[in-house]
Design a protein. Sequence first.
Length: 191
Amino acid sequence: MVVRSFVALELSDEVREKLAELLKRLHQTNAAVKWVEPENLHLTLKFLGEVPEEQIQNIVEALRAVAQKFEPFSLTVRGVGGFPDLRRPRVLWVGVEATNPLMRLQQLVEQAMEKLGFEPEERAYHPHITIGRVKGMAGIDKVRAILSEHADICFGTVLIKHLTLFRSDLSREGPTYTPLALLPFAKTIPF
């Protein structure tokens, strides 16, 4: 049995609600974009892919060791963009400021997973929350217009107190993400 999984940071309800408002407006453009459901919004640190079920416990232990090196820290969710760019985007995103604790956390997660046999990501880490995957260029001008209004908007700050290992189940309706493990930071405030 394999488990499609990834390591991520969860968002606060406040930030999720603000992003849901933006997604509602974007949805109304009827653009050829598969929008992410608000409950699925997160900040990915490392996509693991199809993992043998018996390896999950080793992943959890490695992530627990990484989490113990961190104290809670804040993330600021600000700005919008697209990969590779907004002229011909394939992925649309909301930005996350690349603070030292975030970048260090992602680097240590990457290193811990590499020790377990996962291929390291070749591209530099660019913290972002995926909000949509572009299927075609129909309606993309309307999307760009809305996103340009949000270029410098701050969607809020999130206090990060733990890492989450998620399971991803794909279906026709879209993915369902289920937390497999919450790994609290050292000296963390209780949930």
